[in-house]
Design a protein around this ligand. Structure first.
Ligand SMILES: [Ca+2]
Length: 216
């Protein structure tokens, strides 16, 4: 009887650990969604939590005039916990793409439904000028992006909205939903992106936090 209780207790501990890993996003680099539906949350409290940070300047052939935009982490703002992702944007040339991307193993090659929620801290007001026309965007596809291409917008990236808001500076939620066909290995790639679409000859900071990826 005691052994059985210990076994149950151990199973409970394993269950609690699985829940904790899911809750805090400490999943392996390629998050294994296993049986769908599955939900993953990221707060960027311990590094990028499996996401890869990229810009158009350091990924493939640069599309824009040289700019010093970068993606880092910060404690200046946080929606959850004390850290967020810091999109450091140089608007000198009115051109640029910064993004995080992550592969998810979905265990099927059949199309899956993606629901992405992310929160951005912005102080921009609507309209032109000092950044209000910058865009939050998202990417999904069977593979990640090795060389972003700009035609009418960045190819494969969907613009979700401006960074400018009538209300005060603060956190705003952006949502993206898509049906994604996995690659032959049963993986999809998800991207959270920031597009420079305003001209401002200085550096601006935007903060990203509390990402939820739901796959079904
Ligand atoms: Ca956080």
């Amino acid at each position: 009887m005691k052994l059985s209780q210990r076994a149950r207790s151990a199973l409970n501990r394993v269950g609690a650990l699985v829940l904790a890993v899911a809750a805090f996003g400490l999943a392996p680099v390629s998050a294994n969604a296993g049986t769908l539906p599955a939900q993953f949350e990221y707060s960027y409290e311990t590094g990028f939590e499996g996401w890869t940070a990229k810009t158009d300047q350091n990924t493939g052939v640069p599309e824009c005039e040289p700019h010093v935009s970068s993606v880092g982490r910060s404690t200046a703002k946080a929606k959850d916990g004390v850290h967020s992702v810091d999109f450091v944007t140089d608007g000198t040339h009115d051109c640029g793409l910064l993004w995080l991307e992550r592969e998810f193993a979905v265990g099927t090659t059949a199309p899956v439904r993606l629901d992405l929620s992310m929160w951005l801290w912005t102080a921009d007001l609507p309209g032109g000028g000092a950044g209000g026309l910058n865009k939050v965007a998202a990417y999904s596809g069977p593979t990640c992006v090795d060389d972003p291409v700009q035609e009418n917008g960045w190819v494969g990236f969907t613009e979700l909205g401006d960074t400018g808001h009538d209300e005060a500076a603060g956190w705003y939620e952006y949502r993206y939903q898509a049906t994604v066909t996995p690659n032959a290995d049963g993986n999809i790639c998800v991207g959270q992106a920031f597009k420079i679409a305003s001209t401002y000859p200085f550096i601006k900071h935007y903060y990203l936090d509390q990402t939820t990826v739901t796959l079904s």
